[in-house]
Design a protein. Structure first.
Length: 211
């Protein structure tokens, strides 16, 4: 059995323009549900929870603030970073800095930055989206790990979520070890809490004190 809901309205703040973020906009959904035998039952316990359906749609419409690390050491490095930032819908982009290679020193120097992004996707679909943007910009995941690359997009933080799933760990497992990530991140959100590791600024200070 199918149930159709038409004209379900949710107000949200999406988009990358300041006006879109400030004013928000109305989203209207048409939803088709496969409810099987539940839709034909008169039992309250077996009835479809339409309030739950509406809440699930509202949650899908709620944007999550994510922070993405961008890096490049092949081709037109700065243009690749700016192109990637635009493709992922950047709200704010840190200063682009030049850094020494991490992992393998025998490769060109990197340009690095951090982007603040608003997304209605969940963490895994957002990671898939980032990987697709990498491919569109010529990234080929061949050769040694941490080797040269046209573009690298790392999901650093996803709201205040802690994610441990196949292929995805958030916060990024090496976030607090990497100055080339912490410095641009601190430029954007110095007081942001990294789940389990204190603020961004404290993590950066701790890394600097070790060097």
């Amino acid at each position: 059995m199918k149930v159709e809901l038409h004209g379900l309205q949710v107000f949200g703040h999406h988009g990358v323009e300041d006006e879109e973020q400030r004013l928000g906009q109305l989203f209207v959904y048409d939803v088709e549900l496969e409810v099987g035998e539940r839709g034909a039952s008169d039992s309250l316990a077996e009835a479809v929870d339409y309030a739950g359906v509406a809440e699930a749609i509202r949650e899908l419409s709620a944007a999550t603030t994510a922070y993405v690390g961008l890096g490049s050491n092949l081709g037109d490095r700065e243009q690749l970073i700016r192109d990637a930032a635009e493709l992922i819908g950047v709200v704010r982009l840190s200063t682009i800095i030049e850094t020494e290679p991490w992992g393998h020193e025998d490769q060109p120097r990197f340009l690095n930055a951090v982007a603040e992004v608003e997304t209605s996707l969940d963490a895994q679909p957002f990671l898939t989206f980032l990987l697709d943007v990498e491919r569109r910009l010529g990234r080929e995941r061949i050769g040694r790990r941490w080797g040269p690359r046209t573009i690298d997009l790392d999901l650093l933080l996803f709201g205040d979520r802690v994610v441990d799933e196949p292929g995805l760990t958030v916060p990024h497992p090496r976030l607090v070890q990497r100055r080339f990530v912490l410095e641009p991140l601190a430029e954007l959100v110095p007081g942001l809490e990294i789940p389990g590791d204190g603020t961004v600024l404290a993590a950066l200070a701790g890394l600097q004190s070790e060097s």
